[in-house]
Design a binder for this molecule. Sequence first.
Ligand SMILES: [Zn+2]
Length: 210
Amino acid sequence: MKLVLIGAPAAGKGTQARKLISKYSLAYISTGDMLREEVAKGTELGLKVKSVMASGSLVSDDLIIAIVKERIKADDCKNGFILDGFPRTVVQAEKLDELIGNIDKAIYINCPDSALLERITARETCPKCGASYNKISVPSKVSGVCDVCGEKLTQRKDDTVEAGKARLETFHKQSEPLVAYYKNQGRLFEVDGMIGIDNVTEAIFAELGD
Ligand SMILES: [Zn+2]
């Protein structure tokens, strides 16, 4: 099974991906994570990526495609995979189709911006031990204080209201044509991300079947 997961920041992609992976024995492929790993390991590819990013440019479609092409050859992809963070554009989606043939399904978890912004800005992390919280869903016992080590909790720079709005705007600009692309192919499954985590999972499982 070859899946693409589409959803704004805080739409619950990670949670749903974990459930899909265990039900269908799929590999999870996050191109963002992979790029960060390569940079951290200092591989030839990592150095290339680092210099592209340092120049303020985006990593090219060809480079990303090359990475995905290698990754899906791995053993853990034999039952299929979930792509997260790729394709980001229609051009990338076309290149992916050229590479693997059509995907089975693009799953789009749709949530209104107001709810997403509320979730994003509710995130807090501990600068000392790295524990993460969410004022709405996973609050610390004492407001603003880490349960584990007692340090004052902070917010990531990109989890502020202004940064959150900008991230959502970017997401819409990029994802709307992509959603339309898969819709035209008859491969889009759009699910309402506001019906609760378990109901979202159930809807996706029902769509994909056993
Ligand atoms: Zn802590």
